[in-house]
Design a protein around this ligand. Structure first.
Ligand SMILES: *[C@@H]1O[C@H](CO)[C@@H](O)[C@H](O)[C@H]1NC(C)=O
Ligand SMILES: CC(=O)N[C@H]1CO[C@H](CO)[C@@H](O)[C@@H]1O
Length: 727
């Protein structure tokens, strides 16, 4: 019997520094908010003033929610050396799931780069298995994976020999490391050549299209496409491309390779496929018969591994003697490699990953965000937490040495059939949950509600890097999907409020609610960006005079929250201009994406429309990319969301100009008007923040400019609001 206490811990947890200062600051803001409410409660502002009161009550309450993400932040650190010392190479099997859904939006080259990067983890290959789920059932993706499986025989030993980081070939060649000595350059050049040849063959196959490609496609696996009729109607296709248990599968230096599996689950028009959640559940079942790794990592196909040690990082949590048995999943942040310096579209989620998730971690663990997450297989399959839930992995190994690969494939293809889940608990008690556009979040929540903890691990060298949206339209659609999904969670039976109550920490419930209440923010924000400006134009004051004492809480909240949010952004590694851009996106999201999210959720509630899952494009055309790199905002798409944004921008411009004109007519006395100071400030900031939009509507000549019809229509609507808004 070993004495457990003698083991050194495998990870440490530190509380945020300066948390006392933060708490004092936050209390002072809270007091000011109370004063603002008091002011509204004791002053008459007419019937529209009631609206502004409501908006301020909302903002205040929402601000209180967001405190849960900052109040109790914790930071984790792992001791990988201690892990190696204790376990050596005797480590649990890990199954890695990569999901792709559309060969057009997610090009096969990108998918196989992700696959190659995770195949190159510094981990015993016999314990590593990679599964690609292809929901499009694309023979091109399969062909690319087949090519990747041969290239891996060169790439993996190359990575191991030279400790190549990042282990994704594309990213590695892009970063052009100088770690190579002259004599090794030849080796590097030969690997690069192999990679480019492979890329050329895949691009050629793409060009040739379906039929004439058959000459290229000689692998027996392609016969599976004989009965294929469309991406939504085909048999299950399961191919074990590399069988890690077979001692024949070796790389060019004679070392074993990790297992590599291709899966396209069966699709039929009459069976609903449940999007990514359905794909994940099929993978869980299929992998349980092939490798049955007790740890599952899932990554989106655009998120390559940027650090070959991440599995070991994650294991430091699961294998820790003292706390490991409580942990169900370890979530890494979502980071991006194609973010420009000043993040035009705020796509980096900087504050969320550097601040907010650390706050959630302090209350029991972050959300599961669907990528870059290590799960225990048993908890993903619905196991409840008890004190005895030790992480057992030694007994887990499967014994399937005798069965040959083809028999195995044929035997377990049925696990990926459309009908397998009928009359089972899959999608409800077992596996990833169905019925919600952000299935990952409810899955994580229900795991936490069974008593488990999760861990947020945010190392300096980022573990996973993906592509961020590169146009305004993409980002607005993405946020509509997220905020809509989160709102639906709030209203569903898995609502953190009633489902989580009593099961998870109250701080964590508040944390979940911060995200679930994203979309209802649209009303208060819309009100605040329309009414005070219209009142300004009409000379009606909505805020206290500068000379009044009531002005102080407003001024304090405005100034200190602005400085705080700038500080927080800089602390998270951003630039000042990036912060300014983030404010613009904050406004745009709240006045368009969130509004549409609320409307759509309502329509769904009254059964008017159905969920559609939009796969976000991972590619943009070259011109769009060039403008993105120049940090020029993309206003060229004609969408209802853009129309709203542009109308609001025009409205504020007109109000501001109107006010200036009126002030000039009365010889300037009207402008430096203490009673109007805050409204002038608010309207002025809204105009400033919209400068790129005016530029796109009036001056720009490139394709990213706003079409004149949108500009004209929104100007007319704004003008009539200014003129008739008060009748
Ligand atoms: C990705 O990995 C490389 C190589 O280790 C490292 O230099 C780089 O900083 C990492 N990227 C991020 C964003 O952490
Ligand atoms: C897919 C995609 O948009 N990739 C781009 C990401 O950003 C880098 C540089 O910023 C571009 O080179 C990629 O084409």
């Amino acid at each position: 019997m070993k004495n457990n206490c003698s083991y050194a811990p495998l990870f440490e947890t530190k509380k945020a520094k300066c948390s006392l200062i933060y708490k004092l600051y936050s209390t002072s803001i809270f007091v000011s908010i109370i004063f603002i409410w008091l002011y509204r409660a004791t002053h008459e502002n007419g019937k529209l003033g009631l609206g502004i009161f409501a908006a301020e009550v909302w903002f205040g309450l929402y601000w209180i929610l967001t405190q849960s993400l900052r109040w109790n932040r914790v930071y984790r650190n792992t001791f990988k050396d201690a892990l190696s010392k204790r376990y050596g190479n005797d480590l649990p099997a890990v199954d890695i799931f990569v999901c792709t859904a559309d060969p057009e939006l997610e090009p096969p080259m990108m998918v196989i780069n992700t696959v190659l990067s995770v195949m190159a983890y510094d981990y015993p290959p016999e314990n590593l298995s990679i599964y690609l789920s292809d929901d499009a059932g694309s023979d091109l993706t399969f062909y690319a994976l087949l090519e990747a499986s041969s290239f891996a025989k060169h790439w993996i030993p190359f990575c191991k020999r030279f400790k190549v980081e990042p282990p994704s070939p594309e990213a590695y060649f892009r970063s052009e490391s100088d770690q190579f000595e002259a004599c090794q350059h030849e080796y590097l050049a030969s690997i690069k050549k192999l990679y480019q040849d492979m890329e050329n063959r895949i691009e050629l196959a793409k060009k040739l299209g379906k039929t004439s490609k058959s000459t290229l496609l000689e692998h027996k696996g392609f016969s599976k496409w004989d009965s294929f009729s469309s991406p939504g109607d085909h048999d299950a296709i399961l191919q074990i491309l590399i069988d890690g248990r077979d001692s024949e599968s070796k790389d060019i230096e004679g070392y074993r390779l990790p297992t590599l599996v291709y899966l396209a689950r069966e699709k039929r028009p009459q069976h609903f496929h449940n999007f990514k959640a359905g794909a994940m559940n099929a993978l869980i079942r299929v992998s349980s018969e092939i490798s049955n790794g007790p740890i599952i990592l899932n990554v989106d196909c655009d998120m390559y591994s940027n650090n070959s040690l991440s599995i070991r990082d994650a294991l430091c949590f699961f294998l820790d003697e003292k706390k490991g048995h409580e942990i169900a999943f370890v979530q890494f942040p979502q980071n991006f490699y194609n973010i420009t310096k000043n993040e035009l579209y705020g796509g980096s989620l900087r504050v969320i990953s550097e601040v907010e998730f650390h706050g959630l971690d302090g209350y029991g663990g972050p959300l599961y965000i669907g990528t870059g997450c290590f799960h225990r297989r048993d908890t993903l399959c619905g196991r409840k937490f008890t004190k005895e839930s030790r992480f057992e992995w030694k007994e887990n190994s499967l014994n399937r040495t005798k069965e040959n690969v083809t028999d195995l494939e044929n035997r377990i293809e049925e696990l990926a059939s459309c009908t397998f889940e009928q009359n089972t608990h899959w999608g409800h008690e077992i596996g990833v949950k169905y019925g919600c556009p952000v299935e990952d979040v409810i899955t994580g929540l229900s795991i936490q509600c069974l008593g488990w903890k999760s861990i947020y691990f945010n190392p300096k060298t980022k573990a996973f890097l993906g592509v961020a949206a590169t146009s305004l339209d993409q980002i607005l659609v993405q946020h509509k999907r997220w905020s809509e999904g989160d709102l639906q969670i709030l209203l569903s039976k898995y609502s953190p409020v009633w489902y989580g109550f009593g099961k998870i920490n109250f701080g964590l419930i508040m944390g979940y609610c911060t995200y679930c209440f994203w979309s209802p923010n649209c009303f208060a924000t819309l009100y605040y960006s329309i009414i005070p400006s219209l009142y300004l134009l009409n000379g009606i004051s909505l805020f206290p005079k500068v000379s009044s004492l009531w002005f102080l809480p407003f001024a304090y909240v405005i100034v200190s929250e602005t400085l705080y949010s700038l500080g927080e952004y800089l602390y998270s590694g951003g630039t000042a201009l990036g912060w300014w851009n983030e404010q613009r996106i904050w406004l745009y999201k709240r006045t368009s994406s969130y509004l549409f999210a609320v409307i759509d959720t309502f329509l769904k509630f009254v059964n008017y429309s159905k969920t559609v899952f939009v796969v976000s494009a991972k590619v943009s055309d070259e011109e769009v990319l060039r403008r993105y790199k120049d940090e020029k905002m993309e206003f060229g798409v004609n969408s209802p969301m853009l129309f709203i944004l542009s109308t609001l921008a025009m409205l504020n411009l007109f109000c501001f100009i109107g006010k200036v004109v009126k002030a000039m007519a009365s010889k300037g006395s009207g402008f430096v008007d203490g009673a109007m100071a805050l409204q002038i400030l608010l309207c002025g900031v809204l105009v400033l923040i919209n400068l790129p939009l005016y530029n796109a509507a009036l001056f720009r000549k490139d394709k990213g400019r706003m079409s004149s019809s949108v500009a004209l229509k929104s100007a007319l609507v704004a003008l009539s609001l200014c003129t008739y808004g008060f009748l």
